[in-house]
Design a protein around this ligand. Structure first.
Ligand SMILES: Cc1cc2nc3c(=O)[nH]c(=O)nc-3n(C[C@H](O)[C@H](O)[C@H](O)COP(=O)(O)OP(=O)(O)OC[C@H]3O[C@@H](n4cnc5c(N)ncnc54)[C@H](O)[C@@H]3O)c2cc1C
Length: 318
């Protein structure tokens, strides 16, 4: 048998094996750009959407037991996926469900949009999560990175989190376990997967909450990209107790190094916010990564401060 024929045969066997393991919902050589708010990135060798805890447990334990590398995504609003894609299984969590379990408690699937949770809380006159109005992505992604804005963070309203570890074990934990920090959690180390959450909120006034959410959305619309492809702030702010909310905005430093005049290929710095990189529709992930690295270097050269990525890069950029 010719070498190429043998390779094709091996690839077919591997494909069949994956189908046997994961079933017909498995996609092959699947484009990832549509699942990233940057709208860039290559393809995943395998791609699966899970709609329930059971499906997610099955997918993760099958991948683990068969030594198949896998990666979880939610809304894709904090990801930079390399142009060469991901040579493994991408599992997109789509576990839905929003339920009032008590006068002040909500249970929520990890695949729900964070904004749906914000609206659901307001409709039920519950306050505590209005700060998150306008933050993109899923509830699971928000827990993973402890999403926050305007002094609020998701950690402050979590009662428990239902987690799945990479071996397929499910456990319910309290926020202590997750060791939440600014845009950070222990889940980034443990690689555990958020399946659902229980949140504890406070009773509030529905009209006031709706007005507050609208106001936050209007403020965001005036400063943040609405239609452009981006992933929000590219870099984390810098801890500084003297600053509002205890953080020196990375955008302020980036302004001073001329960020807003910079672009690489189709990647540009957003004209209203120096810490946001946008794709004008023609950018590659490499363009975005290169621009981010130049910005980082300029800030280091001028201020001696090393900016840390908030956006999570996936795959190979070298
Ligand atoms: C216009 C814009 C504005 C933004 N503003 C803010 C802001 O104000 N504050 C803020 O904090 N963020 C902001 N972001 C960034 C982003 O919305 C958040 O980081 C969001 O929480 C990411 O969620 P996601 O579901 O999109 O995660 P993804 O981008 O899909 O994934 C990000 C990381 O989370 C992990 N992950 C996703 N789902 C799960 C899960 N169920 N279990 C375990 N790990 C998981 C992934 O593996 C990945 O490592 C903004 C983004 C945009 C585009």
């Amino acid at each position: 048998m010719e070498m190429t024929e043998q390779l094709e045969l091996n690839a077919d066997m591997q494909k069949q094996n994956m189908l046997n393991l994961f079933g017909e919902s498995l996609r092959f050589d699947s484009p990832l750009a549509e699942y990233s708010s940057f709208k860039t990135g290559g393809r995943a060798a395998y791609f699966l959407i899970t709609n329930s805890t059971e499906e997610t447990v099955k997918a993760v334990s099958t991948a683990y037991n068969n030594k198949i590398p896998f990666l979880i995504i939610g809304g894709g609003s904090n990801l930079l996926i390399s142009d060469s894609g991901y040579d493994g299984l991408i599992i997109k969590i789509n576990i839905l469900g929003l339920k009032l379990t008590d006068e002040t408690k909500i249970e929520c699937g990890a695949g729900e949009d964070l904004m749906s949770l914000v609206n659901f809380a307001a409709e039920n006159s519950l306050q505590g999560i209005e700060f998150a109005a306008g933050i993109w992505g899923s509830v699971g992604g928000a827990v993973y990175g402890n999403a926050g804005a305007y002094g609020g963070e998701i950690k402050d309203i979590i009662e428990t989190v239902l987690l799945l570890d990479k071996t397929g074990q499910v456990k319910e934990v309290t926020p202590d376990y997750c060791k939440f920090k600014y845009r950070d959690s222990y889940l980034k180390i443990s690689k555990e997967i958020v399946l659902s959450l229980k949140l504890r909120l406070q009773q509030g006034n529905k009209e006031k909450l709706v007005a507050q959410i609208d106001e936050t959305l209007a403020i965001r619309a005036s400063k943040h990209p609405v239609k452009q492809f981006c992933a929000g702030s590219f870099f984390k702010n810098i801890p500084d107790p003297k600053e509002k909310f205890g953080k020196l905005p990375a955008g302020r430093l980036l302004e001073q190094v001329g960020a807003k005049e910079l672009s690489i290929g189709g990647a540009k710095v957003f004209e209203k916010h120096a810490n946001i990189i946008i794709n004008d529709g023609t950018a590659t992930s490499k363009d975005i990564r290169e621009l981010a690295d130049i910005l980082k270097q300029r800030v280091f050269d001028k201020f001696g401060i090393t900016l840390e990525d908030e956006v999570i890069s996936i795959g190979n950029f070298s």
